[in-house]
Every structure is written in structure tokens, then in C-alpha cells.
Design a protein. Structure first.
Length: 297
């Protein structure tokens, strides 16, 4: 049994913290929301400040939004890294650029800490089930120290080598595909609706055909149901596809499909859909063509 701190109790972090609890670990859950922390403590989570939780922990799992938040909660004023014992391991799970992962690994090493570049994939449901896919890179010692947490949170841990940054690079590849596939789902379903096809039948037929994708099968039903409760919000994609674009630019690599998908998500944000489910990118197409989507009058 390990003592573990999870920073960030959002849709992913809460499920990860719950999975760690189920595995029998002592788990401190920290968040800017007092309500989320109280809810986690009601399930058996340990109480304590950032300083108290970090000082007691063998493993710290950081599940915040982006690199700026990661830097702040770990290394900013009052950050958790200053309170961790030497030899403790940080699992950094936000989608960030590889260069930022290397920066954070160096900062951790300067404090005598281990660091695992460990972005996650699978969504809130798999986080709650302890069935995530984790794309991780770091020293063998970091993997060993993180193993109790990894085993509780993930169905698959992809070990991508000793160099921090490889995990984040692989997550960028995943996010390129995921973002393009969601935007393509919206475009395809909107095309079908424009031709008088029943959205439910579109999902049924395409899910059994060569044009399907995991994202189509997962997101298109949200459109059919007219349910845009945010499992993964539109606002995530301008950030993540922006990271992909930045990495590609530094490599001199053209990514026109990424740029097109990014433009659609930015249009969705500008239309006021930032905080709803990312399947709502279909509304960009529907508005342009004057289409009525399920659940709309």
C-alpha cells in the first residue's frame, strides 16, 4: 500500500483517485474546488493541505489542464514538489509539449525527485474503472516507484523509453488522430442529415462499415441523443491540437488535417460551445447549412 496524492479532481482525476482508493492506497485528493475535495473525502479520501499531503506521499499524480497549471501546482509558490520527500515520483498526466515534459523532469531531478512523463487516454469512464491507457517515459527508477499507482489506474502502460518527452510526443500523435476523427464525425453526420438520412441509422450503418472509427462510435451517439453533457469538452481541442501544431511546426512538418480540425473547434468555441461535449463540433457544420440536429426544434 502506498500513500498517493492526486492533484486535480476533474472528470479524469476524480476517477483516477477513486481507482487508487479501490486498490487500497491512502489517497489525498486536491483540487481548487472545495466541493470536489469534500466529495472525495466522503468516499474515503484522506484530508490534508498540499504541504501535508505531499510530505506524506510516495507518489504524486498531477492531472491538471495544461503545462502552465502543471508548472504552477508542482513548482510554483507553495507548489507540491517542494514538500515531497527525495525519491518520491511525480506522474505528470496533462497533455503538454515534449519540451515542457523535459523541463519539468529537470526541475524534479534538481529537487531529488523522480519524474514520469505520463499522459493518459481513455476518457472519464475508463478513468473511473482504472482502465486507462498511459503513455509513459522516464527512468527505470521512476517506473518502479510509480508502479503501484500505474497498476491501479491503467489497463495498459505503454513504456516508451527512459527519456521524458516521448510520452508527450506519443500523446500528441493520439490527439491529432482523436481531434481529426471527432471533427470528421461531425462533418460526416451533418452530411448524412443534409441528405435526409436518419442520424440513428447513420450511426448504425457506419459503425458496421469501413469508415468507422472509435471516435465516431463513441461521439456520434451523443448527437443522435441530442445530449452534449460534457464527457470531454470542446475547449480541450484548441489546446491539444494547438500543441500538435506547435510540435509539427518545430519539426517543419505540414499538418493540414490538424489545422482544419482545429479551425472547426475554434469556431465551436467562438459560437459559445466551449464547455459542452466535443461532439457539439457538429453544430459548426449544422449552422453553416441550416440543419436541425436531434434535440433541436
Amino acid at each position: 500500500m502506498a500513500t498517493i496524492t492526486v492533484i486535480g479532481l476533474g472528470s479524469m482525476g476524480m476517477g483516477m483517485a477513486q481507482s487508487l482508493l479501490r486498490a487500497g492506497h491512502v489517497v489525498h485528493g486536491l483540487d481548487i474546488s472545495e466541493a470536489r475535495m469534500a466529495a472525495f473525502q466522503a468516499e474515503g479520501g484522506a484530508a490534508g493541505s498540499v504541504a501535508e499531503a505531499a510530505a506524506a506521499s510516495d507518489v504524486l499524480v498531477c492531472v491538471v489542464l495544461n503545462a502552465a497549471q502543471t508548472r504552477e501546482v508542482l513548482f510554483g509558490a507553495g507548489g507540491a514538489a517542494a514538500h515531497l520527500r527525495p525519491g518520491a515520483v511525480i506522474l505528470s498526466c496533462a497533455t503538454i509539449a515534449p519540451a515542457e515534459a523535459r523541463e519539468f523532469a529537470e526541475a524534479a531531478a534538481g529537487r531529488g525527485l523522480l519524474y514520469l512523463d505520463a499522459p493518459i487516454s481513455g476518457g472519464a469512464a475508463k478513468a473511473a474503472q482504472g482502465q486507462l491507457s498511459i503513455m509513459a517515459s522516464g527512468a527505470a527508477e521512476a517506473f518502479a516507484a510509480a508502479r503501484p499507482a500505474l497498476e491501479a489506474m491503467a489497463a495498459t502502460v505503454h513504456e516508451l523509453g527512459a527519456e521524458p518527452g516521448a510520452g508527450s510526443a506519443m500523446k500528441a500523435v493520439n490527439q491529432l488522430l482523436a481531434g481529426v476523427h471527432i471533427a470528421a464525425m461531425g462533418e460526416a453526420v451533418a452530411l448524412g442529415i443534409s441528405q435526409g438520412l436518419d442520424p440513428a441509422r447513420i450511426v448504425e450503418v457506419i459503425s458496421a462499415s469501413a469508415g468507422t472509427s472509435w471516435m465516431f462510435e463513441n461521439r456520434a451517439p451523443h448527437v443522435v441523443e441530442g445530449d452534449y453533457t460534457p464527457r470531454s469538452a470542446v475547449a480541450i481541442w484548441p489546446k491539444d491540437l494547438g500543441i500538435v501544431g506547435g510540435i509539427a511546426a518545430s519539426a517543419g512538418l505540414p499538418v493540414p488535417m490538424t489545422e482544419t480540425a482545429l479551425a472547426q473547434f475554434r469556431a465551436a468555441v467562438e459560437a459559445g460551445d466551449a464547455q459542452i461535449d466535443d461532439a457539439a463540433v457538429i453544430r459548426v457544420y449544422a449552422r453553416a447549412a441550416g440543419l436541425t440536429l436531434p434535440g433541436e426544434s
